[in-house]
Design a protein around this ligand. Structure first.
Ligand SMILES: [Zn+2]
Length: 256
């Protein structure tokens, strides 16, 4: 499959161009971190100056090759506002669009099948809090049971119900989902979740009893983190670093 030609430059607003470049950077860095599953998985974001539309990656492209011009803009009824021969995947469209449309203050959705998140998603006792990084997820992590490929419209309300006002969702026997007010915030929570799942998978393979962080300390640590952010989205400085990383890996992601 050939990627879309770079013809967008003159037909979109500066705001959309900026969001396309931000989102393309997220794909490149997520690939660098080993998060995505071949051509599957999605990151989607609302277009800031077009609130009834969002951007998402088309079927067929690997995350290492996505450029700003490749992203498809769609409304929430599935009508494309980008002239393209490519398509959005049904399961990805179904729940990413539903969350972006329905959940207040969510402007970005990020879903992956990184191996350690799938490992933890299949554990009966689920995610465990083993370190301070995991504490970022205190009171911000939900669970959604596996129902088959998530392309059925009737499943989307249950995903939204299980996510609630949380930032992260373990999709059991499937993978992980995070959301954010910004792309950087969704990325921040996914990094915390993937790193904690990696740690849990390693600890559980040691064969010794591991010590979890007590619930009251999880809560206190998260309150310390919240205080530092003072209500602003998590991950702002982290995102600036990730964006520079994307540029260092291959600046072609910015192509419009
Ligand atoms: Zn999935």
């Amino acid at each position: 499959m050939t990627a879309a030609p770079a013809i967008l430059r003159n037909s979109i607003t500066d705001t959309e161009a900026e969001m396309r470049i931000t989102l393309a950077a997220a794909f490149r860095v997520a690939h660098h971190l080993g998060w995505n599953d071949t051509i599957n998985n999605h990151i989607a974001a609302k277009v800031p100056d077009e609130p009834d539309a969002f951007l998402m990656n088309p079927v067929g492209l690997g995350w290492h090759e996505i450029r700003a011009c490749d992203l498809i803009k769609s409304d929430f009824e599935g009508n494309y506002r980008t002239d393209t021969t490519m398509k959005l995947a049904p399961a990805g469209y179904n729940f990413h669009s539903a969350i972006l449309r329905e959940v207040p203050d969510v402007n970005c959705t990020l879903h992956i099948h990184a191996p350690s998140t799938v490992v933890v998603s299949a554990l009966e006792d689920g995610f465990q809090f083993y370190d301070q990084g995991a504490c970022a997820l205190y009171d911000d992590l939900g669970y959604h049971d596996f129902e088959g490929l998530a392309q059925e419209a009737e499943e989307a309300p249950r995903i939204i119900r299980d996510l609630g006002s949380k930032k992260a969702l373990i999709m059991r026997n499937h993978g992980a989902l995070t959301v954010g007010r910004t792309v950087g915030e969704a990325f921040y929570f996914m990094r915390r979740l993937v790193d904690a799942c990696d740690l849990q998978a390693k600890l559980m393979s040691m064969g010794s009893k591991a010590r979890t962080v007590p619930v009251e300390i999880q809560k206190f640590t998260k309150s310390q983190m919240d205080k530092r952010r003072a209500g602003k989205p998590y991950g702002r400085l982290d995102w600036e670093m990730y964006f520079r990383l994307a540029d260092q890996i291959d600046p072609a992601f910015k192509t419009l």
